[in-house]
Write a protein that binds this ligand. Structure first.
Ligand code: UFG
Length: 342
């Protein structure tokens, strides 16, 4: 097992859950986060849930002036590898302000830091959004790529850069994890998703309606060719997803040769928007008023994962149900109605 792991974006929604699972697996971690889209309180909560050896470097990987500090910090930490989660993630924003999204230099600073530490092991947080529209479900890793927006393209471009790295130097061991739709929260209710402003994604929006912060949900389209006309997605509990990162590091440390592998992290089951609303209603015992609205630009009708490769290579599979996802998401939302500011 790789022991000293750098987690960029470690204070974020997925990052905080990854940190907890790494500590539980016996790792020491160095969180690199600039808190531009995250909250320092998340780091306190990680320490509370999973006491262990947690260091913090408050830096922006995309800021060239901070690159040397990051490289020195990773070297001094004695890193064995890294999980790269830092980055912006709002699809609409990426369309409006693409230049903020094409910060490939952030990735390259991390690469330089890992080279300086002689630790060429990297797990990258990619996304199912790299897949094009034309694949049959469940989608396999060799499905056609073709992201619809700058956010998705940055994920695909970085996957490609990492493949080039592994071709150039056989010591690079890389996994690109293609996440489906992470939802839920740690069962303690202490860490969870804390979106800035109006949530873009379904679950945080439903949760804010349930807790009374918003009046109603807009369901984007009920005329898709799906079982109830609403969009179908593969929702995965964020703690299951986080365990997938630990499994990916274990896998990489057991590899005799380098390489870069794309692996889906999903459950293999799709739920519609209306099914997600019903499940959340049951879990929260709250009403979730909603209204049917026009389709959202860029949405596909249905996408869910073929999750077999993760089983075969990583020995990992998602264990939590949609009921777990809703119950844990609701516990986080109701215990922290205003997120980390509560
Ligand atoms: N939806 C609504 N109303 C909302 C929000 C979403 O009906 O207010 C619907 C969408 O139309 C879609 C489903 O709920 O059918 C899921 O939408 P999300 O926005 O939660 O997630 P996406 O599948 O659109 O995926 C996006 C990004 C991914 C990213 C994912 C989770 O494209 O890269 O969000 O952050 F991984």
């Amino acid at each position: 097992m790789t022991k000293k792991i750098v987690v960029t974006g470690g204070a974020g929604y997925i990052g905080s859950h990854v940190c907890v699972e790494l500590i539980n697996a016996g790792c020491e971690i160095l969180i690199i986060d600039d808190f531009s889209n995250t909250h320092p309180e998340a780091v306190n909560r990680i320490r509370e849930i999973a006491p262990g050896n947690i260091s913090l470097l408050q830096c922006d990987l995309a800021n060239a002036a901070q690159a040397e500090e990051i490289i020195e910090g990773v070297k001094a930490f004695g890193a064995d590898g890294a999980i790269h989660l830092a980055g912006l993630k709002a699809v609409g924003e990426s369309v409006a302000e693409p230049a903020r999204y094409y910060t490939v230099s952030a990735m390259l600073t991390l690469v330089r830091a890992l080279e300086a530490a002689n630790a060429r092991t990297l797990v990258f947080s990619s996304s199912a959004t790299v897949y094009g529209e034309l694949n049959d479900n469940p989608v396999k890793e060799d499905g056609k790529t073709g992201p619809e927006n700058p956010y998705g393209r940055t994920k695909l471009f970085i996957e490609e850069i990492l493949k080039d790295l592994s071709r150039g130097n056989e010591n690079w061991r890389i996994v690109n994890l293609r996440y489906f739709n992470p939802v839920g929260a740690h069962p303690s209710g202490r860490i969870g998703e804390d979106p800035n402003g109006v949530p873009n994604n379904l679950f945080p929006f439903i949760a804010q309606v349930a807790v009374g912060r918003r009046d109603k949900l807009m369901v984007f389209g009920d005329d898709y060719t799906t079982r109830d006309g609403t969009g179908v997605r593969d929702y995965i509990h964020v703690s299951d997803l986080a365990r997938g990162h630990v499994a990916a590091l274990d896998y990489l440390s057991a590899q005799k040769t380098g390489g870069a592998t794309d692996i889906n992290l999903g459950t293999g089951t799709g739920y519609s928007v209306l099914e997600a609303i019903s499940a959340f209603k049951r879990a929260s015992n709250r009403d979730i008023p909603y209204e049917i609205a026009p389709r959202r630009d860029g949405d596909v009708a249905e996408i869910y994962a073929n999750a077999e490769l993760a089983k075969t290579l990583l020995g990992w599979r998602a264990e939590k149900t949609i009921e777990d996802m809703c119950a844990d998401h609701w516990r986080w939302q109701s215990d922290n109605p205003d997120g980390y500011e509560s």
